[in-house]
Write a protein that binds this ligand. Structure first.
Ligand code: HEM
Length: 129
């Protein structure tokens, strides 16, 4: 039986493993590595804070405007439905490989909800740009 996500350390484990997969991914890795040239030591703590806020309810853990960060990226390189689908697949499989339980389900649901809400704003007939 796998553990559930219940501490900041668990969130860190999840996010480190997820972005290790993202960086090495054949479809979306280059967007992070070559287009955005992500500064990982800076970016990962932002992502720990975001997911801690989402999953553990840590007040004030994250402040930011996540969708705008992606519109900025989209100006440099179009974000397509297939990129969101791969992002989500990597997230879901990372959760399933490491955790199980209510919070694990919650993490997968929230990632799904955000990815599916954002996707049509970037790609498709209702895209903003
Ligand atoms: C096509 C899929 C996606 C790509 C290529 C992508 C890429 C990126 C990149 C390059 C950054 C900026 C990193 C930096 O330099 O600091 C970023 C930030 C971020 N991403 Fe994504 N992302 C995707 C989907 C998502 C989804 C579905 C979520 C939903 C949870 C998400 C959550 C975030 C958050 C919270 C930030 C931090 C924004 C901030 O700085 O406040 N991303 N993403």
């Amino acid at each position: 039986m796998k553990p559930d996500i219940s501490t900041p350390g668990d969130v860190k484990t999840l996010i480190d493993s997820f972005y290790a997969r993202v960086r090495g991914d054949d479809l979306i890795g280059y967007i992070f590595n070559d287009v955005a040239k992500v500064d990982w030591p800076k970016h990962l703590p932002v992502m720990y804070a975001f997911w801690e806020f989402m999953l553990l309810g840590t007040a004030d853990a994250y402040r930011g405007n996540p969708i705008q960060a992606h519109f900025d990226l989209h100006d440099k390189h179009p974000l397509k439905a297939e990129h969101f689908d791969r992002w989500l697949l990597l997230f879901q499989t990372t959760v399933d490989d490491l955790f199980e339980g209510e919070k694990a389900k919650d993490a997968k649901f929230r990632a799904f909800a955000i990815a599916e809400t954002w996707k049509p704003k970037f790609d498709g007939p209702f895209a903003k740009k």
